[in-house]
Design a protein around this ligand. Structure first.
Ligand code: GMT
Length: 375
């Protein structure tokens, strides 16, 4: 198939999933065209089946807000026509689904009927999409897509609850590449971070409000009173300085390392013993899955899609959002006993196997084939 993929080209979960999907499809012989405003962060190697089309946005003094949606729709028309694409797959509803709808209508005037699949990732539904300034457009473009997928059962239910959706929604969970996300022995790195053989806790995110990064610091503060440990904070975003300030106020700054944005996340996860994800909204929790694949159990909130990923009492534990004391107690329980920690690590790894790319990719391929056949 010749597949067009539209996504945000950043480190955000939706862009990561879209890029890894495209790379996986290309390695199976499909021709994949990424159409976005920057080269996707994880599009890091050359393949004869991978193409990147940049959406250029004109800067004109009249435009306080450059019209990205129109520029994207025009680019989609162009790429579909001249690269003869079979299908468009857009990730994140806003503004990708409506741009694809517009492109689809324009392409009809050229006698082309291109099927459009929309994958909803979370904040496009739970936070941004519900905003009344977007809601009619999001509802319309979901209903007009030829196929709609969500990354968890929970997100499917939320989409139906918040929007008037008349069409079927298929759940296709997120996935990991097990060749990349696998535990790599990095003893020297572990020794440098935890010279006293302390336990290593880790959090990776974009440090937005929903990630509750201050809760991560508070949980750690509680844990280190019982179990000698260190905390690695990976990523960057608006809440980073608050989390840093809190670590200083609590007098634990020497035990917390803020590493900023990192490419080799798997190396950091490989030396870690526990992943913390106390988010107040999480449609899936891809970062937690990446940790599990590297043998890292997860203490998380029980929000959104997290209970579909983190098996309470097996791969980690779930708690109500904001229940810092319970999350800390769960973390201590896992970390204080070597045999128990090993059991949780093994269970996390075993469960992550259900989300390997080779199991999930065929679901997308079959869904594309169905949409093309019905177009
Ligand atoms: O979590 C974020 O802020 C990034 C966001 C995105 O849209 O890129 O992530 C969402 O999509 C990921 C991939 O499907 C999911 O794993 C995340 O759970 C989801 N984030 C939220 O729902 C808050």
């Amino acid at each position: 198939m010749k597949i067009g993929i539209v996504c945000y080209p950043t480190f955000g979960g939706s862009g990561v999933v879209a890029t890894e999907l495209g790379k996986g499809l290309a390695s199976k012989g499909h021709q994949v065209h990424f159409i976005t405003y920057n080269k996707p962060a994880r599009l890091d190697f050359f393949s004869e089946n991978l193409f990147y089309h940049e959406v250029a946005i004109s800067q004109y003094p009249l435009f306080d807000f450059p019209p990205y949606e129109s520029a994207l729709a025009s680019k989609l028309v162009d790429v579909v026509r001249f690269e003869e694409l079979d299908i468009l797959h857009v990730h994140y509803a806003i503004p990708h689904a409506s741009a694809a709808y517009l492109a689809k209508q324009i392409l009809k005037s050229y006698g082309i009927n291109i099927p459009v699949i929309t994958t909803l990732h979370g904040t496009d539904i739970t936070l941004v999409g519900r905003d009344k300034s977007f809601k009619p457009v999001v509802t319309f473009s979901i209903n007009q897509s030829d196929g709609v997928t969500t990354v968890s059962e929970s997100l499917k239910q939320q989409t139906k609850e918040y929007f008037d959706i008349q069409r079927e929604i298929k759940v296709i969970p997120n996935f990991i590449d097990p060749d990349r996300f696998v535990n790599k022995k990095r003893e020297h790195f572990k020794k440098a971070i935890a010279p006293g053989n302390e336990r290593i806790l880790v959090h990776t995110s974009n440090f937005r409000k929903v990630k509750n990064t201050e809760d991560v610091v508070r949980i750690f503060h509680r844990v280190m009173q019982e179990v000698p440990s260190k905390l690695l904070m990976v990523g960057d975003g608006p809440e980073r300085s608050n989390a840093e300030e809190l670590a200083r106020q609590l007098g634990i700054a020497n035990s917390v390392r803020f590493l900023g944005k990192q490419d080799a996340i798997e190396e950091i996860l490989s030396v870690s013993d526990l992943f913390l994800m106390p988010s107040s909204s999480e449609s899936f929790g891809l970062a937690a899955l990446e940790a599990m694949a590297c043998r890292v159990p997860v203490v998380s909130s029980n929000i959104g899609g997290l209970p579909e990923l983190n098996v309470h009492g097996e791969t980690g534990f779930l708690s109500d959002v904001g229940n810092i004391e319970e999350m800390a107690q769960h973390a201590i329980y896992i970390l204080e006993d070597c045999d128990r920690l090993e059991k949780f690590k093994q269970a996390a790894y075993d469960h992550a196997k259900n989300f390997e790319i080779n199991q999930i990719l065929p679901l997308y391929e079959a869904y594309y084939q169905e949409a093309i056949a019905n177009a």
